[in-house]
Design a protein around this ligand. Sequence first.
Ligand code: DO4
Ligand code: MG
Length: 259
Amino acid sequence: MTLHIRYREGGEIRSGTVGSPDELDAYELVIPIEPPEVWCAGVTYERSRDARMEESTIRDVYALVYETDRPELFLKDAGCRRTVGPGEPIGVRADSSWNVPEPEIGVVLGPGGEPSGMTIGNDVSSRSIEGENPLYLPQAKLFAGACALGPAVLEPDGWDGPFEIRMRVLGADGGELFAGETSTARMRRGFSELAAWLVRDNPVPPGSVLLTGTGLVPPDDFTLEPGHTVEIEVPGIGILSNPVGKAADLLQTGRSPDD
Ligand code: DO4
Ligand code: MG
């Protein structure tokens, strides 16, 4: 097993590899990859289909997209403007009343769109905005700090899995507000199938990341708020931990060369 990392040392960002997540604590980790584009697949788990149907006034679109061949795919970020690394704040929008983290396997795509590595992603989302109207999806999904990746990129020994995904949300006092786990065994579609749909007639640059959908949705009375911390663990990759802030405070990431 090889884990690719990027870390800060002596004021510089360096790249390296480690053999196990146990070794990650020795480094001041930064985002392990700065993808030119981040894409997401949606409604790939039954739990996500059910949550979308509960939150939405227009239910059929979710039932249909879960069943049919063509998956839901949407652009989450380009130029790494909305994506943060381990330890950096993720954001919630001021105009959203119902927010959730979405813990997902992130597949790093090679030159032909084939899966070449795996990381942890958080597809931070507004359920109130998407629930009001599915055409508001880009506003529910794209905003400052809406995506986190890390802590490392795994070159897996094989892609068959299943891979376990665990999530905890902690309150400002450190108390546990939510804990849950799922497995990619519950996915309706495979990583390669999703990647193949994504690159159909679509010039996705190599090194882009495809988040493969959430199977964990906190109860309906939960909303993510500034002061919370989200921890997502995938054994073999490590724990992606991010504090939650206000999206409005995260408008400048300084990561894009144009900033
Ligand atoms: O249309 C909703 C997107 C759902 C999503 O992001 C997911 O299932 O992970
Ligand atoms: Mg998602």
